[in-house]
Design a protein around this ligand. Structure first.
Ligand code: ADP
Ligand code: ASP
Ligand code: MG
Length: 408
C-alpha cells in the first residue's frame, strides 16, 4: 500500500461541486488501496477577500491578526471536504496546522516551516481515515497561527510528503502541468513532461507561480518527486524531478516574467570604496531583498547605482535611499515602478555559448530596450518597460522553444 499526498489549489475547491469532484478523486485512490493525505487551499478568491477585509478594517493590519484571519480560508475547505468524504462513506478527518503541529518561525505572512510532527497523521491513517490538512498555515513555537506566503499550500504539501516519506506528491491545479511559459500569456506554450528541480526553482523565483518556490526547495532537499497536474482531467501532468542527463540537451525550457519588482537609481554617487556596502547594508538591515544590481562606469568620480526591489517593499526602500542619498552626497534618486523582468531558463545554457546574445537580438528586433541584465548558470533575465512584457515573452518563446508539432 502506498501513501499519496495530494494538494488541491483554489480553483480545484472553488465551490461545493468542485469539492465533490475532489472527493471522488480521493475516494478512487482509497478504493485502490492507498493511504491518502489531502492538502487543500482556500476557495479561489477567498484569501484575497480576507486580505482586503483586513485592509478595510485598518490600513496597516496587525500582522499576527492578519494571519489568524487569512488562515481561516483553508479551515473552511478542510471541513467541507472531510464532510463530503464521510458522507460518501470514506472515513476522513480534517486537521489544521496547529493540530498537527506544522511548526514555523514567527515571520507572519511569510513564515518558514521548521518541523512537522507526523504522529497525529500516522494515527489517523492507521485508523483507516483520509487526513484532510489545511494548507498555507502553521503555528510558531508560542502557538500563534502563522501563514506561509501566497501560494503556500504547495509548500505545505511537499513538506508533508517529505515528513511522511510519501510515495508521491501530486499538486492538482487548473493547468495540466508546467508549461514552457504561462499558457495565459503564450497560447502556443507546451506542457513539459519532466523538469529538473533547479529549472523549476528558477522558473518559480522568476515569476511562474504554478508552484511556490519554497515547495520546490523542499522537493529538491528531500528528493520528493512532484507531479503537477490538472484536477479537471485525468491526463498525466509534469514531473518535477532530479536532473537527468538528457535534460542538458534542451537549451531553454521556460520563458517567464515578473511584474512584482520596481527599480531605484541612486544618481551621482561618489565613487568610493565602501559605498555599495553602505547602501545595500542599510537596505538589507530593513529586511528588503534586492534582486538585480548595476553600477555604471565611473565618470568624473561619480557613478550611478541601479537596483530592483519587490514592489511590496518599494516605499520602504525609497525612504531609506532618499535618506542615504543626502548622507553620501548623491545628486538624486530616480525610480520606475512600470518595469518587468523577463527571463529564459534552461540547463542547456550551461554548455552553450551565445544564448544571451540571441535573447538580446530577439528583443532588439521588436524594438524592446533592455534596462538591466542578470545572468546565472541556467538563466538570463532582463528588465524591460512593463508595457512590453507580454510581447517580450512571446517573441522569446518563439525564438527559443520548439513549436508543439515538432516537439519530441
Ligand atoms: P492553484 O490555485 O491551483 O495553486 P495557481 O494559480 O497558484 O493555482 O497556479 C496555476 C497558474 O499558474 C496557472 O493557471 C497559470 O496561469 C500559472 N502559470 C504561470 N506560469 C506557468 C507555467 N510555466 N506553467 C503552468 N502554469 C503557469
Ligand atoms: N490560499 C493561499 C493563497 O491564495 C495559499 C494557496 O492557495 O496556496 O495564497
Ligand atoms: Mg498556487
Amino acid at each position: 500500500m502506498s501513501l499519496i499526498v495530494q494538494k488541491y489549489g483554489g480553483t480545484s475547491v472553488a465551490d461545493v461541486e468542485r469539492i465533490r469532484d475532489v472527493g471522488h478523486r480521493v475516494a478512487a485512490n482509497r478504493r485502490a488501496g492507498h493511504d491518502v493525505v489531502v492538502v487543500v487551499s482556500a476557495m479561489a478568491g477567498e484569501t484575497n477577500r480576507l486580505l482586503s477585509l483586513a485592509k478595510d478594517m485598518c490600513p496597516d493590519p496587525d500582522r499576527r491578526e492578519s494571519d489568524v484571519l487569512v488562515s481561516t480560508g483553508e479551515q473552511v475547505t478542510t471541513a467541507l471536504l472531510a464532510m463530503c468524504l464521510n458522507h460518501g462513506e470514506v472515513p476522513a478527518v480534517s486537521l489544521q496546522g496547529h493540530q498537527i503541529r506544522i511548526v514555523t518561525d514567527q515571520a507572519y505572512s511569510k513564515a518558514r516551516i521548521q518541523s512537522i510532527d507526523d504522529g497525529r497523521i500516522r494515527t489517523e491513517l492507521a485508523a483507516g481515515r483520509v487526513v484532510v490538512v489545511a494548507g498555507f498555515q502553521g503555528v510558531d513555537g508560542e502557538d500563534n497561527i502563522t501563514t506561509l506566503g501566497r501560494g503556500g499550500s504547495d509548500t505545505s504539501a511537499v513538506a508533508l510528503a517529505a515528513a511522511l516519506k510519501a510515495d508521491s506528491c501530486e499538486i492538482y491545479t487548473d493547468v495540466d502541468g508546467v508549461y514552457t511559459s504561462d499558457p495565459r500569456i503564450v497560447p502556443s506554450a507546451r506542457k513539459l513532461d519532466r523538469i529538473s528541480y533547479d529549472e523549476m526553482l528558477e522558473l518559480a523565483s522568476l515569476g511562474a507561480k504554478v508552484l511556490q518556490i519554497r515547495s520546490v526547495e523542499f522537493a529538491k532537499r528531500y528528493a520528493v518527486p512532484v507531479h503537477v497536474r490538472s484536477s479537471f482531467t485525468d491526463t498525466e501532468g509534469t514531473w518535477v524531478v532530479a536532473e537527468e542527463a538528457s535534460m542538458e540537451n534542451v537549451l531553454v525550457s521556460g520563458v517567464t516574467s515578473d511584474r512584482d519588482e520596481a527599480k531605484i537609481t541612486l544618481v551621482g554617487v561618489p565613487d568610493q570604496p565602501g559605498l555599495a556596502a553602505r547602501v545595500f547594508g542599510t537596505i538589507a538591515d530593513a529586511n528588503v531583498v534586492v534582486d538585480m544590481i548595476i553600477q555604471n562606469a565611473s565618470a568624473s568620480g561619480t557613478t550611478d547605482l541601479t537596483f530592483t526591489v519587490p514592489k511590496a517593499d518599494f516605499r520602504q526602500a525609497m525612504g531609506l535611499v532618499e535618506k542615504l542619498a543626502k548622507e553620501v552626497g548623491a545628486t538624486g534618486v530616480r525610480t520606475a515602478e512600470d518595469v518587468a523582468k523577463v527571463s529564459i531558463v534552461g540547463l542547456g545554457m550551461r554548455s552553450h555559448a551565445g544564448v544571451a546574445a540571441k535573447m538580446f537580438r530577439t528583443l532588439a528586433e521588436v524594438g524592446i530596450n533592455i534596462q538591466m541584465i542578470a545572468t546565472s548558470e541556467i538563466k538570463t533575465s532582463v528588465v524591460v518597460d512593463a508595457k512590453y512584457v507580454e510581447l517580450a515573452v512571446r517573441v522569446l518563446h518563439d525564438a527559443f522553444i520548439e513549436p508543439k508539432e515538432s516537439a519530441a
